[in-house]
Design a protein around this ligand. Structure first.
Ligand SMILES: Nc1nc2c(ncn2[C@@H]2O[C@H](COP(=O)(O)OP(=O)(O)OP(=O)(O)O)[C@@H](O)[C@H]2O)c(=O)[nH]1
Ligand SMILES: [Mg+2]
Length: 309
């Protein structure tokens, strides 16, 4: 299992990893004393991977300080020193998956975000993972904006073999969620995964709609929604961060899913998310298939990023 995850993560990070090492590889291969340009290369590579300028400068300054203080004694220690700092940053925003309290069934998970980031695909991939793990899952089509959204989710639901709750186009998303929770209770299901319509944080009516979905879920199940996952597209790099900051504040986001990592060299945005949003990345998307969603693990991620090629 772990081997498959690592192989997939490496494939998903291939572009980021290759570009990162292209910039920094020479510095990482050096032996002997650390020179100023070694750390400059690390800084450039971090910036190019969309780690964010201020964070990249800070990390470089920390490395320089570590050289001055003698913590880093030679160039071979540069990579492990960077690894330690990146893992530390990612771990600092992690929090344990909330324990399942009795009476809080089903667990309700909302997938939210701007248009086209991968919410529907992620809902399907999560349904597959939970289903494979032996949990009883229900998908809820709360994107009632367009008929195609329900069809798209229906395709995945049939493929994965989990039921889908939906209503007609233009229906109230909160009514779909109410319905889905009622059915989940009747079947004693473990999870309701709610796909929502893409929206901008600036569209007040759509944000209100999301608020109503949250209210209805909270009324029906204690502690719901248990998870509000903000789905961000890695190919948009640090642009996603500002969007997310505003989105997170109103939607009560508890974690991030970073999709399309396979299509970009900007994987450093994961670090920028930890720094800028203080939110944990829970899952990463590394392809379009139903198995292309991986649980995010800081050490695996940093190792795949910095691994010697
Ligand atoms: N390569 C790659 N493509 C992905 C990934 N996740 C989603 N996609 C693709 O991104 C496109 C948009 O995905 P959707 O799941 O429809 O996105 P959405 O957020 O539901 O879109 P809206 O409902 O229109 O807001 C589709 O073509 C997906 O196959 C990923 O991890 N990697
Ligand atoms: Mg969608």
């Amino acid at each position: 299992m772990t081997r498959t995850i690592l192989a997939k993560l490496k494939r998903g990070l291939f572009m980021t990893h290759t570009e990162f090492l292209e910039k920094v590889g020479e510095a990482f291969r050096r032996t002997g004393p650390v020179e100023e340009w070694h750390i400059d290369r690390v800084e450039e590579a971090l910036i190019a991977a969309d780690t964010g300028v201020s964070l990249s400068l800070r990390l470089a300054a920390e490395l320089k300080e570590a050289v001055r203080s003698g913590e880093i004694e030679n160039a071979e220690q540069l990579r492990p020193a960077l690894r330690q700092r990146l893992v530390g940053l990612l771990k600092s925003v992690e929090h344990p998956f909330p324990a399942e309290a009795p009476g809080e069934r089903p667990r309700v998970t909302l997938l939210v975000g701007v248009n086209g980031t991968g919410k529907t695909t992620t809902a399907a991939k999560l349904a597959k993972r939970y289903h494979d793990a032996g949990r009883t899952v229900l998908l809820a089509a709360a994107d009632t904006f367009r008929a195609a959204a329900v069809e798209q989710l229906q395709y995945w639901a049939d493929r994965i073999g989990v039921p889908l709750v939906h209503q007609g186009e233009g229906a109230d998303p909160a009514a779909v969620v109410f319905d889905a929770i009622a059915r989940a209770k009747a079947r004693n299901a473990d999870d309701v995964l709610v796909d929502t319509a893409g929206r901008l944080h600036t569209r007040a009516n759509l944000m209100k709609e999301l608020e109503k979905v949250r209210r209805v879920a909270a009324r029906e199940v204690a502690g719901a929604p248990h998870d509000v996952l903000l789905v961000l597209d890695a190919t948009t790099g640090s642009n996603g961060i500002e969007q997310a900051q505003r989105f997170g504040a109103t939607a009560g986001v508890t974690g991030v899913v970073l999709t399309k990592l396979d299509g970009t060299a900007k994987g450093g945005v994961i670090l920028a998310i930890a720094e800028g949003l203080g939110l944990p990345v829970r899952w990463v998307g590394v392809g379009e298939g139903e198995d292309d969603l991986l649980p995010f693990d800081p050490e695996e991620f940093v190792d795949a990023l910095l691994a010697a090629s």
